[in-house]
Design a protein around this ligand. Structure first.
Ligand SMILES: *[C@@H]1O[C@H](CO)[C@@H](O)[C@H](O)[C@H]1NC(C)=O
Ligand SMILES: *[C@@H]1O[C@H](CO)[C@@H](O)[C@H](O)[C@H]1NC(C)=O
Ligand SMILES: *[C@@H]1O[C@H](CO)[C@@H](O)[C@H](O)[C@H]1NC(C)=O
Ligand SMILES: *[C@@H]1O[C@H](CO)[C@@H](O)[C@H](O)[C@H]1NC(C)=O
Length: 381
C-alpha cells in the first residue's frame, strides 16, 4: 500500500488498525536509530577500542561467516537483534559511533554499544580486582558520546526533529555487571543488593535521553543468564536440583535475570507516569529467550545450551579456548543453534528473538501509538 493512500487519514482508530495489520507501513516510521549497550548490540565500536586481533572485538573468523562473510566486530556469525530491528523499520544497519565522523555516515543513526560495557562505572569492578573488558565505554560514557554526536549533527530546532523521529534502543545492558560481580566471587545475596544501583544507572541514562528530547525508547531486559553455555560451564554443579528439568538452565542464575527484570519494569512504570508523552517500551528479552529454551523445535532450533563455536566440553565453551582461537570447534549448522559462542546469539537466534520482540512491540499500545501519532502529525503538516 502506498503511503499516499493513508497519509491524510486523520482517524487514529483507522491508523492504528492499519499499523497493526500491516507491518510494512512501519517502514519510514523512524528516520534514525540510536542504540546503547554491550556486545549483544555492538556493531563495530569494539574494533576501534580493542583493535583487530582482540577477543573483545570478535574480529576473527568464524565471526561474521554466515551473513557478512567476514568479521565486522559483531559477536555473532551474522546479524544482531539490532540489525533485524533496523531491517524491520526499513533502515540500514546502524553504524558504530567510533567508525565514522561525517554527518552523512550517521544520517540513519548511530550505535554507541560497546563490547564489555557495564551499566555502572567500570572503576567499581576494577577496585574489586576484576578486569572488566572495557576501556571506559560504560553506559554513562555512551550517553556522553551521544551528546557529542548530537552537537555535530544539529543545532536546537533540527535536533528536536532528529530526536522526535528517532527510535532509541537502550540495552541490553547489565549482564557484564553481574558477570563482573560473579567473577569477583561476590555472594549471591550481595549481588542482589547491586541490582537497584544498576537499574538506577539505566534509568538515569534513559532520563538523560528523554531530557534531550527522545520520544520513543525501547528498553530490553537481560537474557536468562543461567541458560548461557558460558554460565552453564563456569557454574556447573552435580546437583540435579540446580537445573530446570525442561530447559537445562541454572535456576539460581535465571533468578538474577528475573530480579533485574522486576526492578527494571517497576522503574519503567514510574517513568511512564513521569513522562506521559514519551513512549517507553519494555522488550522482554528474558521471556522470549526462555520461550525458545522451552520449545526449541517450534522455532526450528536443535541446540539451546550448547554453543556452536567454542572450546569443547558439554556446552562447547571454555575460557581457555574461545571461538575464533585456532583449535576451537565450530558446528556444522549454526542456524540450528541459539548460542553462537556461549555468550552471544547466532544470526538465526537473533532473528527469532528480534521477530518475537518486534511482534510484541506491535501489540504494545505505547509503541503503536507513538508511531501512528507521529504519522498523523506528519499528515497534518
Ligand atoms: C582490521 O584488519 C583489516 C584487514 O587486515 C583491515 O582492513 C582493517 O582496517 C582493520 N581494522 C581496524 C579497526 O584496525
Ligand atoms: C568513574 O569513576 C572514576 C573513579 O571513581 C572517576 O574518576 C570517573 O570520573 C568516573 N567516570 C565517569 C564518567 O563518571
Ligand atoms: C503532553 O502533551 C500534551 C498534548 O500535546 C500537552 O498539553 C502536555 O503539556 C504534554 N505534557 C508534557 C509533560 O510534556
Ligand atoms: C594460530 O595458528 C597460526 C598458524 O599456525 C599461528 O601462527 C598462531 O600463532 C596461532 N595462534 C594462536 C593463538 O595459537
Amino acid at each position: 500500500m502506498a503511503n499516499s493512500e493513508w497519509h491524510y487519514t486523520t482517524s487514529l482508530i483507522i491508523l492504528t488498525t492499519i499499523l497493526l495489520n500491516s507491518a510494512c507501513l512501519t517502514v519510514g516510521c523512524y528516520s534514525r536509530i540510536f542504540s546503547f549497550g554491550d556486545s549483544l548490540t555492538d556493531t563495530g565500536n569494539n574494533l576501534k577500542v580493542f583493535g583487530n586481533f582482540s577477543r573483545d572485538s570478535c574480529s576473527q573468523l568464524p565471526f561474521g561467516e554466515t551473513y557478512f562473510q567476514q568479521p565486522t566486530g559483531r559477536c555473532s556469525d551474522g546479524r544482531l537483534i539490532l540489525d533485524f530491528i533496523a531491517q524491520e523499520f526499513g533502515l540500514p544497519f546502524v553504524p558504530p559511533y567510533l567508525g565514522g565522523k561525517s554527518r552523512d555516515y550517521f544520517r540513519h543513526g548511530a550505535n554507541f554499544a560497546l563490547s564489555g560495557a557495564t551499566a555502572l562505572n567500570h572503576s567499581i569492578y576494577k577496585k574489586m580486582g576484576v578486569s572488566v573488558n572495557t576501556k571506559g565505554g560504560f553506559l554513562d560514557v555512551q550517553v556522553e558520546w551521544f551528546k557529542k554526536l548530537l552537537n555535530m549533527l544539529c543545532s536546537n530546532s533540527d535536533c528536536r526533529e532528529i530526536l522526535e523521529n528517532a527510535l532509541f534502543l537502550v540495552g541490553e545492558i547489565g549482564v557484564n555487571d553481574y558477570a563482573a560481580l560473579l567473577t569477583a566471587k561476590v555472594p549471591f545475596t550481595e549481588i542482589k543488593e547491586f541490582i537497584p544501583g544498576i537499574i538506577n544507572r539505566i534509568a538515569s541514562a534513559i532520563k538523560n535521553l528523554i531530557n534531550l528530547g527522545a520520544k520513543t525508547l525501547v528498553i530490553p531486559g537481560i537474557f536468562p543468564m543461567g541458560c548461557l553455555p558460558a554460565s552453564l560451564t563456569l557454574y556447573k554443579t552435580n546437583r540435579a536440583e540446580d537445573y530446570d528439568t525442561t530447559t537445562g538452565c541454572l535456576m539460581w542464575l535465571n533468578k538474577l535475570s528475573e530480579y533485574h527484570a522486576q526492578l527494571l519494569l517497576a522503574e519503567l512504570d514510574e517513568m511512564r507516569d513521569l513522562y506521559p508523552n514519551v513512549s517507553i517500551v519494555y522488550a522482554d528479552y528474558y521471556g522470549v529467550y526462555n520461550s525458545i529454551m522451552e520449545s526449541p523445535t517450534q522455532y526450528g532450533m536443535k541446540e539451546t545450551i550448547v554453543a556452536c563455536c567454542g572450546g569443547g566440553g558439554p556446552y562447547n565453551f571454555a575460557l581457555s579456548l574461545a571461538c575464533g582461537d585456532n583449535e576451537s570447534r565450530l558446528c556444522q549448522e549454526p542456524s540450528e543453534y541459539v548460542s553462537w559462542d556461549g555468550l552471544h546469539l547466532t544470526d538465526a537466534g537473533s532473528k527469532i528473538i528480534a521477530k518475537l520482540v518486534i511482534s510484541n512491540l506491535y501489540s504494545e499500545s505505547h509503541f503503536t501509538m507513538s508511531c501512528s501519532t507521529r504519522q498523523q502529525l506528519k499528515a497534518s503538516y
